[in-house]
Design a protein around this ligand. Structure first.
Ligand code: EPZ
Length: 419
């Protein structure tokens, strides 16, 4: 397991592009299974999660070529409909292949994805929605078997929670269906729009209505296309927290600030200056950070749960008491114990985190417990006195492409030690 060594004392400065979005590239890679032709996916980040998705594509019979952040998938040779346990275990979000395998073959067999470090991650909304669409679902001994039992001319699904994964699976299963599928209370994350833009580029007929309604008119056939994945909004926000905690001045290009508009006021309340030019953003932190009292994670367009950990790291050295409420995942505070080890003063009461800002953190050895929690430790290490050694970097590599190089390009003193 690699580790990262982060030394403090450097302000983050300079300009950088932001990698392609993990949470957009994964459903788009899964969606190529529907196409039955050749798709070129550009700006696809090289991550352990995208590598796991490519392994599943190859297992299903697709021909896949990769290089220079472009993944070329020929899914004309899809030959099976199951995903073995070993591949499912590689990446929990492999569940997004369920919808595309069903859409292409009419049946699917895969092991239940199970929970992860941040919560139980149930898939009841995925399965109940597929039943409404006419699929027979069997679950036993941790395996899920689905098969199309009847062709509905139209299905109407109302999600009790705007689940991102359930919305993606419904769209993927409905894209090639015979009828019309309507989703009410669908997730509205930008990654959903990116997936739909890719699918419509391949010949799908998917549209959005007000208040989270999505209409999918099933089509008979799709064709290949070239598509470029959107920039990763959470990686952009992570760089911003690094600039904020080091009193830095960085600019990000190739982004869409609409994708994280509700987080910008948090940085401004903390005392940062933001220059927002939609595809370009500059953040300057030229005075001590101030606490922010009312951060609550919500489904999009609310404050994103994936930004909770890096923002918390930034607020550990803000003057005053910050309050973060984590409403989405039931155990997404695993990074707190390591931040406290670094000298942070944080109290957890249920889903509420109270962060009393301290003058300074100090470097020590810590361990990444999950993807965004690990990134939060890097952010804290940038400002902690002395050296911070972060173990279990594989968690971070799931979602950040060469994180040490990205931060080094912005002036950080950080290196990876391979074990
Ligand atoms: C996606 O996960 C993202 N992952 C997560 O990013 C992100 O945190 C999450 O959406 C919320 O934005 C990918 O896109 C690969 P959900 P997903 O279904 O689809 C409950 C990261 O760090 N729920 O919207 O699993 C669930 O328990 C990762 O990049 C049900 O109860 O999120 C959770 O409390 C972490 N039943 C809430 O909904 C279901 O059937 C949000 O889950 C499905 C979900």
């Amino acid at each position: 397991m690699d580790s990262l060594i982060v030394n403090s004392g450097r302000r983050l400065t300079g300009e950088t592009a932001v990698q392609g979005s993990k949470n957009s590239s994964l459903p788009i890679l899964a969606a190529t299974v529907l196409v039955g032709g050749v798709c070129q996916i550009h700006n696809c980040p090289e991550l352990t999660d995208t590598k796991a998705a490519i392994a599943i594509l190859r297992h299903l019979g697709c021909k896949v070529k990769t290089g220079n952040n472009t993944v070329t998938v020929d899914s004309s040779t899809v030959s099976c409909y199951n995903i073995p346990d070993s591949l499912m275990r590689e990446m929990r979000s492999s569940i997004v292949f369920l919808g595309s395998i069903l859409g292409r073959t009419g049946k699917a067999e895969l092991s239940a994805p199970g929970g992860c470090e941040i919560g139980l991650r149930p898939i009841d909304l995925h399965l109940s929605s597929l039943k409404v669409m006419g699929y027979k679902i069997e679950e036993d001994y941790g395996y899920i078997r689905c098969e199309k039992a009847k062709d509905n001319s139209s299905s109407v699904i109302s999600l009790s929670f705007p689940s991102v994964g359930a919305t993606e699976n419904i769209i993927l299963a409905a894209a090639l269906s015979k009828g019309r599928t309507i989703i009410h209370n669908a997730a509205r994350e930008p990654e959903i729009y990116d997936l739909v833009a890719f699918l419509n580029e391949c010949g799908c007929k998917i549209s959005f209505r007000m208040q989270g309604t999505v209409i999918i008119e099933g089509v008979k056939k799709l064709h290949g296309c070239r598509y470029s994945v959107m920039a990763d909004r959470i990686v952009a926000l992570t760089y911003m927290t690094g600039a904020a905690i080091t009193g830095g001045d960085i600019s990000l290009n190739g982004i869409n600030t609409n994708h994280f508009r509700t987080v910008l006021p948090v940085f401004e309340s903390a005392g940062c200056r933001i220059e927002d030019r939609k595809s370009f953003l500059r953040i300057r932190a030229d005075k001590p950070l101030r606490a922010v009292r009312d951060i609550r994670t919500m489904p999009y367009p609310g404050f994103p749960t994936d930004a909770q950990a890096p923002i918390m790291a930034m607020l550990t050295v803000a003057q005053g008491t910050s309050v973060i409420i984590e409403n989405i995942f039931e155990s997404r505070f695993k990074h707190v114990s390591d931040l406290v080890r670094m000298g942070a003063k944080i109290k957890i009461e249920g889903k509420i985190a109270l962060i009393d800002g301290v003058k300074e953190l100090y470097g020590t050895t810590v361990t990444a417990s999950d993807l965004r929690g690990g990134a939060a430790l890097v952010v804290a290490g940038l400002a902690a006195k002395g050296s911070t050694v972060i173990g279990n970097v594989s968690h971070i590599d799931r979602g950040y492409e060469k994180i040490e190089e990205s931060f080094k390009n912005l002036g950080a003193d950080i290196k990876r030690v391979k074990h």
